[in-house]
Design a protein around this ligand. Structure first.
Ligand code: GLY
Length: 369
């Protein structure tokens, strides 16, 4: 019997388990293949400002709270694991490719300014001074110095070490069902027929959170993203570049010396795992339009995974729909960014029974019953 069973060993599940173990709780994480879901596909952007959407101010505040925690969180994970998580603090440049794209950039900047966010308009020349590999066709830019990135896979590997060093037990098996007795979550059942008893269950199954048997319906749906990894990009970019290219969005995130992530599609296609010719084409076409040097790089990986989408694009945190069940899911486009704040508030809830104020707007009862 554990104090806590965490269903899902992705970034959210592992970080939560680690923080809870540090609070003195006995914690077991169950996952047959930790880190191969959305965590494997994540570009690693810590980008509350450049990901901010209209009418998503609450999510923005949570993102800003988490990005502030990132430097200390990264240092802590690195100290506990002895490995780097690849935090880059070079900021993010958003560029517009044609006149319509720049008009959209202007509207975005007005929205950011209205919210008091730090974002600086750049001319095409200033944009290219910052990122010399940009095409001269770029029409304008927006520098967001506080939006950073981390190497999501390095982070997952580090969390696996840190969590286990803190006493977290990892069960490599597939979670098949929530165990419910007398209307209360009491553990997990697994594919090998085993059962794990726990005082509290944390649901951190990402896009799969909405379909675990015996969990009451949750508003989580898969939002497919196709993403590419390329090699040979040493010194190609200073920081993240996001671009609007004829109305379509693409981002380029440098990591690990010579690596570059290009992402990502956003598709409502259920759990379709297919990497499509059209998806890869659109991403490469737009990336090469903005940074022509991308055409020289080696394409080393293509991957499709599913963001855990919710109706308001914000996560589900705090007490779940059954006693004994806690939610740490629904992070949609912001799983890596929101990892520190999610782990912190969930561990606090598990250790004290009190959900910190910063997480209060994100309980599932905001959607009614
Ligand atoms: N945060 C980037 C994405 O979800 O594609």
């Amino acid at each position: 019997m554990s104090d806590v069973a965490v269903a899902g060993g992705g970034l959210i599940g592992l970080a939560t388990a680690w923080r809870a173990a540090r609070r003195g709780l006995s914690v077991t994480v169950v996952d047959d293949s930790p880190g191969t879901g959305a965590s494997a596909a994540a570009a690693g952007m810590l980008a509350p400002v450049t990901e901010a959407g209209y009418r998503e101010e609450a999510l923005l505040r949570l993102g800003l709270a988490s990005v502030q925690r990132w430097p200390a969180f990264a240092a802590d994970v690195e100290a506990a694991s002895g490995t780097s998580v690849g935090l880059r603090t070079a900021g993010t440049l958003v560029v517009g490719f044609d006149e319509d794209d720049v008009r959209e950039l202007t509207a975005l900047h007005a929205f950011q300014t209205e919210l008091g966010l730090a974002a600086e308009r750049l001319t095409p020349r200033e944009s290219r001074r910052r990122e010399p590999s940009l095409t001269p066709r770029v029409r304008g830019g927006l520098l967001v110095a506080g939006d950073h990135s981390v190497d999501g896979r390095a982070l997952h590997a580090a969390l696996l070490v840190a969590a286990q060093a803190a006493g977290v037990r990892l069960v490599r098996d597939r979670v098949t069902e929530l165990r419910v007795v007398g209307g209360r979550a009491v553990g997990l059942e697994t594919a090998d027929g085993g059962a794990l008893a726990a005082g509290t269950v944390v649901l951190a199954l990402g896009a799969h959170s909405g379909r675990l048997p015996r969990v009451p319906p949750l508003p989580v749906r898969p939002v497919k993203g196709q993403i590419l990894r390329l090699a040979g990009a040493t010194d190609l970019l200073e920081g993240t570049v996001r671009a609007l290219v004829r109305g379509r969005q693409v981002y380029l995130v440098p990591y690990a010396g010579d690596r570059l992530i290009v992402g990502a599609t956003t598709e409502d296609r259920g759990f379709d795992p297919t990497v499509t010719a059209g998806g890869v084409h659109d991403l490469l076409h737009d990336a090469i339009d903005v940074v022509p040097g991308v055409s020289e790089l080696e394409l080393v990986e293509t991957l499709a995974r599913w963001r855990p989408g919710t109706p308001d694009n914000a996560p589900l945190l705090g007490p779940g729909p059954l006693p004994g069940l806690v939610l740490a899911t629904g992070h949609h486009r912001n799983g890596v960014l929101l990892t520190p704040v999610t782990a912190e508030v969930t561990a606090e809830l598990l250790a004290t029974g009190v959900l910190p104020e910063v997480a209060a707007p994100f309980t599932t009862d905001r959607f009614g019953r």
